[in-house]
Design a protein around this ligand. Structure first.
Ligand code: PLP
Length: 391
């Protein structure tokens, strides 16, 4: 008999009951150190007091109005994202997939607006993940997720990640934009070489294409800057964010420059829930915390500490692990053993981690993680590695 919850996930044997900071408590009383953060969502930890205050206060005032109304909190959140990024304008949606979907729409609309309606194709990278809608699945082009769902939406081409020659060679008269994750998350926590984003920017400028970054996972502080591309000297024309923007309250956003969004006018796009008062109250509270002086310096400091621990672990167990990957607190270890088995063992010892493509153990602590929790996690990692049969 099919379960009442449609069985599209291989779920863990953990029934979450409550959370506090870096810790998650199960209904059976078990306590876990949560280095999944709801897949890069609860970056300020579980039940952050500032978030609770902001969302409960908003909940007593007003939950929802449509986007036919002025929504002061939405205006404020948009202005703050604009002030802290390359962007001039923002549209709020409810998820990462929607934010990427709109980014693709903006890119196509831009080309149409500047007199090139024939430019509608988007070049993406192998190993990408952009969400589960038809367009975002087609954009990533992963066979496993597309199979059985009928014709794949037209308009997407794919090249190897981190390869500028392939990217340049894939451009045709029909290309509208390039869509990449500055750090690939689901695909295996893969960072490109230093000059890759710069090279993409140059290609886009040369051919009149828009550069679109999917920062749904890498954005909102995950790498130690508000957005991962801010480590480079490059800015995109359009960017999708979501995951940590609401610390668990569903909210996504498509950010764009004035030029890129020139074709977006009244009626061009819409959303029933997008940017409603509750969601933007959460988003504003997240920014209140992240934009406080010293927040990102602290993230950098703890991420260096954790990175060092992981590198030591990889060095100590070369039969189990191949290399450390990632940026900031978007970290991974490519494994020789099956990453999923290792993650299951960590879970049994009280540490929650994830996997990613390419047989990677993915580690996404909340950005508020402290030295104590990092010590605790590396103790568990070391114990499981030490007790592993082949170690
Ligand atoms: C998670 C993710 C998405 C999809 O976000 P949803 O909120 O699940 O729709 C898109 N792009 C990237 C890079 C992601 O990590």
């Amino acid at each position: 008999m099919i379960p009442a919850v449609m069985p599209t996930y291989g779920r863990w044997d953990v029934a979450a009951e409550r959370g506090e900071g870096c810790y998650l408590y199960a209904t059976d009383g078990r306590k876990f150190l949560d280095f999944t953060s709801g897949i890069a969502v609860t970056s300020l930890g579980h039940c952050h007091p500032r978030l609770i205050e902001a969302v409960t206060a908003q909940g007593r005032r007003l939950w929802h109005v449509s986007n036919l109304f002025q929504i002061p909190g939405q205006q404020r959140l948009a202005e703050r994202l604009v002030a802290n990024s390359f962007a001039d304008t923002v549209f709020f949606n409810n998820s990462g997939a929607e934010a990427v979907e709109l980014s693709i729409k903006v890119a196509r609309k831009y080309q149409s607006h500047v007199g090139h309606p024939e430019r509608y194709r988007v070049i993406g990278c192998q190993g990408s993940f952009h969400g589960r809608s038809f367009a975002t699945l087609a954009a990533a082009g992963a066979e496993a997720y597309l199979k059985g769902f009928g014709p794949v939406m037209d308009g997407f081409d794919h090249v190897a990640f981190n390869n500028l020659n392939e990217m340049r060679a894939a451009i045709t008269d029909h290309t509208a934009a390039i869509l990449v994750e500055p750090v690939q998350g689901e695909g295996g926590v893969r960072s490109p070489s230093d000059d890759y984003l710069k090279g993409l920017r140059a290609i886009c400028d040369e051919f009149g294409l828009l550069l679109v970054f999917d920062e749904v996972q890498s954005g909102m502080g995950r790498t130690g800057r508000l957005f991962a591309h801010q480590w480079s000297e490059v800015t995109p024309d359009v960017m999708a964010v979501a995951k940590a923007l609401g610390n668990g309250f569903p909210i996504g956003a498509c950010l764009a420059t004035e030029a890129a969004a020139a074709g977006m006018v009244a009626g061009s796009h819409g959303s029933t829930f997008g940017g409603n008062p509750m969601a933007v109250a959460a988003g504003n509270a997240v920014l209140d915390v992240m934009l406080e002086p010293g927040f990102f310096e602290r993230v950098e400091r703890v991420s260096r500490l954790l990175r060092g621990k992981l590198e030591a672990l990889v060095g100590a167990y070369p039969k189990l692990f191949a290399e450390t990957r990632g940026s900031g607190l978007l970290l991974g270890i490519r494994c020789h053993v099956t990453a999923g088995d290792f993650v299951a063992k960590l879970r049994a010892e009280g540490l929650l981690c994830l996997t990613a493509g390419d047989n990677v153990l993915r580690i996404l602590p909340p950005l508020i993680v402290g030295e104590r929790e990092i010590e605790e996690a590396s103790g568990i990692l070391d114990k499981v590695a030490r007790e592993w049969p082949q170690s």
